[in-house]
Design a protein. Structure first.
Length: 329
């Protein structure tokens, strides 16, 4: 049984930023099945099907107008107009978005989130955007729950990402969500980007330069990744970094955008996901190898992170024989 590729429609608006416009085609277009078949069909449209100016010194021509939005399984809104925020939808854009079928997944890259907010899609939902525009998004759309610190937000059928390269993070996340880590990691390797990035936008926000220090927390993090199978205390991490616990905690937040405890939990969850996908180890053994100790603890953390149990995750993403791979939803 052959499954039709998931259709991704990218809407290029006047002043679109070329880098972000190309991300969906590069990431989704690079996702292949076991027989090298494309897993996504990526098409680009403009409101009227005509050429559109970019934020650079050139225009682009596309083959589709907004009517193709009605065929989308996922719609992507890249930033446009030099990241200029909007507070309301122009009539032609509102008419185009009205063509999207109910239940279609829709995501924004960078300040494309303002389009989603103006369409009412972020009302009552968590969302993010470029850190420099997060306060403006919250001011214009107070019903949105804007988090300026994360790289992206997955709220099911509505997803938002932070600036520029965070669009890569979000697209890889969706590939991983749709087809598992093996496919997403293969796309990342071919694109020469990390499968996921630690931390959030906090590490990129412009701040006064801190006082010089000999080493950051990177050596301690590298050591921790090699010892996730056992308890790791703050004092151990601090000793590995040559810092006090207080300094380690502050530097960890500066460098990764999260606390040491939260970072460790995330790494343990990712290791557990990898083992669930690629091995037949019992869940309690995976829990021990990932440092959660018990299957109950793993279940709680996995459910808190991605909303499913270890067994449900394994049923969806565990490697299957080639003739069955990628057919399980």
């Amino acid at each position: 049984m052959t499954r039709s590729p998931h259709r991704v429609v990218v809407l290029a608006l006047d002043g679109v930023i070329p880098f972000e416009l190309g991300i969906p085609g590069r990431i989704f277009g690079g996702a292949r099945g076991p027989d090298d078949e494309p897993l996504y069909d990526v098409v680009t449209c403009t409101l009227d099907g005509g050429p559109v100016r970019t934020h650079a010194d050139f225009s682009i021509a596309v083959e589709h107008d907004a009517s193709v939005l009605a065929t989308a399984d996922t719609v992507v809104i890249p930033p446009f107009g030099g990241c200029r925020p909007i507070d309301r939808l122009p009539e032609d854009l509102a008419a185009a978005l009205a063509l999207i079928r109910p239940g279609t997944r829709i995501m924004s890259i960078c300040t494309g989130s303002f389009v989603l907010a103006a369409a009412g899609l972020l009302d009552g939902r968590p969302a993010t955007t470029h850190w420099n525009e997060a306060a403006e998004l919250q001011r214009l759309f107070p019903r949105a729950r804007v988090d300026p610190d994360v790289l992206f937000v997955d709220d099911g059928d509505v997803l938002t990402s932070a600036g520029a390269a965070s669009g890569i993070d979000l697209c890889l996340h969706l590939v991983r969500r749709d087809h598992g880590s093996e496919v997403a990691n293969r796309v990342a390797r071919r694109t020469v980007v990390p499968p996921w990035r630690d931390g959030g936008q906090a590490q990129y926000i412009e701040r006064p330069v801190p006082e010089p220090y000999d080493e950051g927390t990177a050596p301690a993090r590298a050591w921790a990744l090699e010892h996730l199978n056992r308890p790791i205390s703050l004092s151990e991490l601090a000793a590995r970094a040559g810092m006090s616990v207080r300094t380690l905690t502050r530097r960890f937040q500066e460098e990764t955008g999260m606390s040491p405890g939260r970072w460790l939990t995330r790494q343990r969850v990712e290791l557990a996901r990898h083992l669930l996908e690629t091995t037949d180890l019992p869940v309690d053994q995976i829990a021990r190898q990932a440092g959660f100790g018990t299957a109950v603890s793993l279940r709680q953390h996995l459910h808190a992170t991605i909303g499913v149990s270890p067994l449900a995750y394994r049923r969806t993403f565990h490697a299957t024989p080639p003739d069955r791979a990628f057919l399980v939803k």
